[in-house]
Design a protein around this ligand. Structure first.
Ligand SMILES: [Zn+2]
Length: 64
């Protein structure tokens, strides 16, 4: 679970905080934890996380 190091906003030099967001992709809704700067609102979404979710959804669709 702790594979990510703390990520710091490069603008504010503040530690990003976890926030839950909902995504909609190809008619499926799912959620993910993203990192967001509490000061400027800049979000950081790990590409690996997004790709993982997309793959999950695509596998669900192929199942049908
Ligand atoms: Zn910031």
């Amino acid at each position: 679970m702790q594979e990510n190091k703390e990520i710091i906003c490069y603008k504010c030099q503040k530690e990003l905080v976890m926030e839950k967001v909902n995504f909609s992709y190809l008619g499926h809704n799912f959620h993910a934890d993203i990192l967001k700067c509490p000061v400027c609102g800049e979000v950081y979404i790990s590409e690996a996380l997004v790709r993982g979710r997309m793959t999950e959804v695509e596998m669900l669709m192929e199942d049908k």
